[in-house]
Design a protein. Structure first.
Length: 185
């Protein structure tokens, strides 16, 4: 997305919400927002931002929040909680990633796509799906496993991922040499 076409008011509102959820003092929160916007302006002046702009801004803000708590000896909140899953922030940061996931999932062969969708998203057990399809459970297990591996490989070919200690994605960046022809990044 070009910088000129970006909805700046929405970006600033999202940034303010993100910081205020993590910093209780309104003045300190506003300082972090302003510092983040200053870094954004400097970055845009020097070079284009690789990847989604929202993700870059929220990553810079998250780092500033971590620094804020570290400077205070973690007295106010554990640093690990700053990177904890926040539904709104993750929806913004991972919109492109989710679009990629959907594209890769729908690019699977029909049998694998059906197996992954019905077991992972519709809640069927593999045994229930096997009974519905009239195939052995081992066949369904194989389809699910192969489908998962294909989607995972497609995502890894496109992007690099950083995980928290619980195995959740906390950051991702598009590979400069990645194969992202079906990617929503």
């Amino acid at each position: 997305m070009s910088v000129d076409a970006h909805p700046w008011p929405q970006l600033i509102d999202d940034l303010q919400r993100f910081v205020r959820r993590r910093i209780s003092d309104a003045h300190e929160a506003e300082d972090i927002v302003q510092d983040t916007l200053t870094k954004l302006a400097a970055q845009l002046r020097d070079a284009p931002i690789e990847g989604p702009l929202h993700a870059w801004v929220l990553r810079v803000a998250r780092n500033a929040i971590v620094d804020h708590y570290r400077a205070r000896g973690r007295a106010e909140a554990p640093v690990e909680d700053v990177a904890a899953d926040d539904a709104g922030a993750h929806q913004l940061e991972q919109a492109g990633l989710l679009a990629s996931f959907r594209a890769f999932l729908h690019a699977l062969p029909a049998e694998q796509r059906e197996a992954v969708l019905l077991t992972e998203y519709e809640g069927l057990t593999q045994a229930e799906l096997a009974a519905r399809l009239g195939v052995p459970v081992s066949t369904v297990k194989s389809r699910v496993q192969r489908g998962r591996k294909r989607v995972e490989q497609a995502l890894r070919d496109c992007c690099t991922f950083e995980f928290d200690r619980r195995g959740r994605i906390v950051d991702w960046t598009r590979r400069p040499d990645g194969d992202c022809r079906d990617c929503g990044c």
